[in-house]
Design a protein around this ligand. Structure first.
Ligand SMILES: Cc1cc2nc3c(=O)[nH]c(=O)nc-3n(C[C@H](O)[C@H](O)[C@H](O)COP(=O)(O)OP(=O)(O)OC[C@H]3O[C@@H](n4cnc5c(N)ncnc54)[C@H](O)[C@@H]3O)c2cc1C
Length: 366
């Protein structure tokens, strides 16, 4: 396992698992109970006006699924479950890949070159493995026109297992509790100002903070205070919301999984999909007794329809997270105000929020 960060990455937003497929894989991995112990128990997400008065409330199941956990806590659990029999190289990354009949010859930024039977790229939206092994394919990454920034702030907003969101046209700011951390999590979702994509360097934090401050300079509520905390945050995250679409998820001995191969964006069950996909990939490799061609083909055939549904669901994310006009914000708020009085609609929302996550029949593997 090669991780660019110098140590296990903490911080980040909350991710969730929903429905039987996600839960059954976590149970087979033996980590479902640990995840439940660390879950955030988010109770409500409330849309507020600039004086923090509630305007509408969203059912917890939409944002938090069946079980929600902070990304850093999930990372710690996965690391704890694997570190005794997996070699981890922190603070390193892959710089070249060359494959032949003997394996994949890999060079690293720090470590000495090595040869492996297979290489699985699980290095996220900006995957280096994808660039090195699949660089020839055009239009791999589609920008959904939405930007996101997330960072930890001191917990002084009086939140108790809840989140508050404040929306202006094309700009939402939010603050969520992060129970047990002494912190709260600030989140910002905004559409490209003027509809033009923002040109930014995804590794230049200073530049990204300037962009965020400029987009939100005229926004009230807690925003000036949250932005004031931004320079002190050690977990600042900023990115465009993008989807990855490839014709093939493998190239010879090299395959992609998770966001590296098929990022969906918020609302697309990315974390649950990554976990389910890892289970299928490992299971198919075991079932094919290491015949990676057979395994990669079956992995792709099983997962493609599932991934496509998640990506379709997430492609409406901007309308939901940062509605572009005051009228659309009012419509969204009205919908959530009506929801408690419409029991069938409430059930429908719950059904829709798990339907995509459960749309796969998982094989049992040896
Ligand atoms: C704002 C936001 C909110 C989201 N909310 C949810 C949610 O509520 N529920 C949900 O299910 N999903 C959510 N997602 C999606 C989810 O975060 C991803 O789908 C999921 O994290 C994918 O996991 P991954 O392991 O494939 O990639 P990542 O989580 O991106 O992990 C990639 C890892 O690779 C490392 N890395 C990157 N480049 C290199 C390199 N060159 N060399 C070595 N290491 C490298 C990174 O440091 C990182 O540790 C959200 C996404 C965003 C952007």
């Amino acid at each position: 396992m090669v991780e660019r960060a110098p140590q296990l990455r903490g911080g980040g937003y909350a991710v969730d698992f929903r429905g039987a497929a996600h839960r059954s894989v976590l149970a087979k991995m033996g980590i479902l109970d640990q995840i439940k112990e660390q879950q955030t128990h988010l109770r409500a997400t409330t849309y507020v006006d600039e004086h923090s008065r509630p305007v509408a409330a969203m059912p917890a199941s939409i944002f938090a699924g069946d079980v929600e956990i902070l990304r850093g806590d999930l990372g710690r659990i996965l690391y704890g479950a694997t570190r005794d029999d997996t070699e981890y190289l922190f603070g390193d990354s892959i710089t070249s890949l060359r494959q032949d009949d003997d394996g994949v010859h890999v060079t690293f930024a720090q470590s000495a070159p090595r040869t492996f039977d297979l290489v699985i790229g699980a290095d996220g939206l900006h995957s280096a493995v994808r660039r090195l092994a699949f660089g020839g394919q055009p239009d791999q990454v589609t920008d959904l026109g939405l930007y996101v920034s997330i960072f930890g702030v001191p917990d002084r907003y009086g939140l108790d297992h809840e989140g508050q969101l404040y929306s202006g046209p094309g700009k939402t700011a939010a603050v969520f509790s992060a129970p047990g951390t002494g912190q709260a999590i600030a989140q910002f979702f905004f559409t490209a100002p003027g509809g033009e994509p923002i040109d930014f360097d995804y590794r230049d934090t200073g530049q990204q903070q300037k962009i965020l401050a400029s987009v939100y300079q005229d926004v009230g509520w807690h925003v000036p205070d949250l932005l004031g905390q931004m320079p002190a945050a050690d977990d600042f995250y900023f990115d465009s919301v993008s989807q990855v679409k490839l014709d093939r998820w493998s190239s010879g001995r090299i395959a992609l999984t998770g966001d590296a191969g098929y990022a969906a964006g918020p609302g697309g069950n990315g974390t649950g999909t990554a976990v389910v996909a890892a289970y299928v990939l490992a299971g198919e490799l075991a079932a094919a007794r290491g015949d990676y061609r057979v395994a990669y083909d079956r992995y792709e055939r099983l997962l493609r329809p599932y991934v496509a549904r998640g990506q379709k669901q997430a492609s409406g994310g901007a309308d939901f997270l940062a509605p572009s006009t005051a009228k659309k914000i009012a419509q969204r708020d009205r919908f959530f105000r009506m929801l408690p009085y419409l029991p069938p609609a409430r059930l429908l929302v719950k059904h829709l929020s798990t339907r995509t996550a459960t749309a796969i029949k998982l094989p049992e593997y040896p």
